[in-house]
Design a protein around this ligand. Structure first.
Ligand code: FAD
Ligand code: FES
Ligand code: MG
Length: 282
């Protein structure tokens, strides 16, 4: 059992849990993820390790309420327990000195970008970060990102806060300027990562993305998270989640993400109905 030690609303539909998980915290590295189950009946969902504290024995997860399980988690409070938290899973980010790096986080992707930017800064890189979201209500961690970046650009798609732009716009300006960018991390919704890689491709700057394919076991056994990278089949849970974004078959990923849309919609509707009727507490 994994106790939720604290809960925070980082944005209206995005919540943060600090969870007691000493064994995971001891081994966690930026770029890795967890598989979480709320209760014995719950489905397994992957969530990135947004932060960890080895001494306190805690891991932090930030999740956006998009469907049944994340809405259910959103109703949990400090003191409640998650029945399973498995991790750290996946390969860590390749943190080393590259020179000037660009860290781009979109929406809930800001959470996984944060520990990566922090580690890149600690490795001596000059870190330029761009964070963005559809609107101000989906934006969070501006201060945290500023604290680990040499420069920070904030934007919203609709202009409700900071610069009105998609993250690809300042990205293109930086890449087209006299400055040399040595490596890019771009994490967020698949469509955002796809356009970030299309933006960086003409400039030939290596661009790392963290793929969010549908996962079940998270250990390479079920094949659910299959993606195509450089013409080869890869399992995101064991070969990733980070890959060379210029090699990813984005259309396949985007279509596989929608594979269970009917079932997911039905599960969410049933859950919402049970909550409205009062037959479900959490
Ligand atoms: P549903 O209605 O069931 O699903 C909504 C959409 O989420 C689906 O259409 C599908 O595209 C995706 N999804 C559903 N089930 C899964 C699954 N088992 N595995 C992967 N994607 C799924 N989200 C965050 O908010 N914060 C994170 O830090 C985060 N990290 C992730 C790290 C990895 C490696 C991966 C693969 C995904 C990550 N996600 C993260 C996405 C998160 O797992 C989904 O949003 C979540 O599973 C949705 O569950 P749901 O029941 O609430 O919604
Ligand atoms: Fe089953 Fe990756 S989630 S192989
Ligand atoms: Mg679900």
């Amino acid at each position: 059992m994994y106790e939720i030690l604290s809960k925070q609303d980082v944005a209206p539909v995005s919540k943060l849990f600090v969870v007691s998980a000493p064994e995971i915290a001891r081994k966690a590295k930026p770029g890795q993820f967890l598989i979480v189950r709320t209760d014995a009946e719950g489905e397994r969902i992957p969530l990135t390790i947004a932060d960890f504290d080895r001494e306190a024995g805690t891991v932090t997860m930030v999740f956006q309420e998009v469907g049944k399980t994340t809405k259910q988690m959103g109703k949990m409070e400090a003191g409640d327990v998650l029945s399973d938290v498995v991790g750290p899973l996946g390969l860590p980010s390749e943190i080393e000195y590259y020179g000037t790096v660009l860290c781009v986080g979109g929406g809930v992707g800001i959470a996984p970008v944060y520990p990566i930017a922090r580690a890149l800064k600690a490795a001596g890189n000059y870190v330029i970060s761009i964070i963005g979201a559809r609107n101000v209500n989906l934006l969070f961690w501006e201060d945290k990102m500023r604290s680990v970046s040499d420069e920070l650009i904030v934007c919203t798609d609709d202009g409700s806060y900071a610069r009105k732009a998609l993250v690809t716009e300042p990205m293109k300006e930086l890449l087209g300027s006299v400055r040399r960018i040595d490596r890019i991390w771009a994490i967020g919704p698949a469509i955002m990562m796809k356009f970030c890689t299309l933006t960086s491709k003409p400039f030939n700057v290596p661009t790392i993305v963290s793929l969010n394919s549908v996962m079940v076991d998270g250990t390479g056994m079920c094949g659910a998270c299959r993606v195509e990278v450089g013409g080869q089949t890869r399992f995101v849970c064991v070969h990733g989640p980070e890959f060379d974004g210029h090699q990813v078959n984005w259309d396949l990923l985007l279509s596989r993400q929608r594979m269970y849309l009917t079932e997911e919609k039905r599960a969410t509707e049933e859950y919402d109905h049970e909550c409205t009727c009062g037959t479900r507490a959490v």
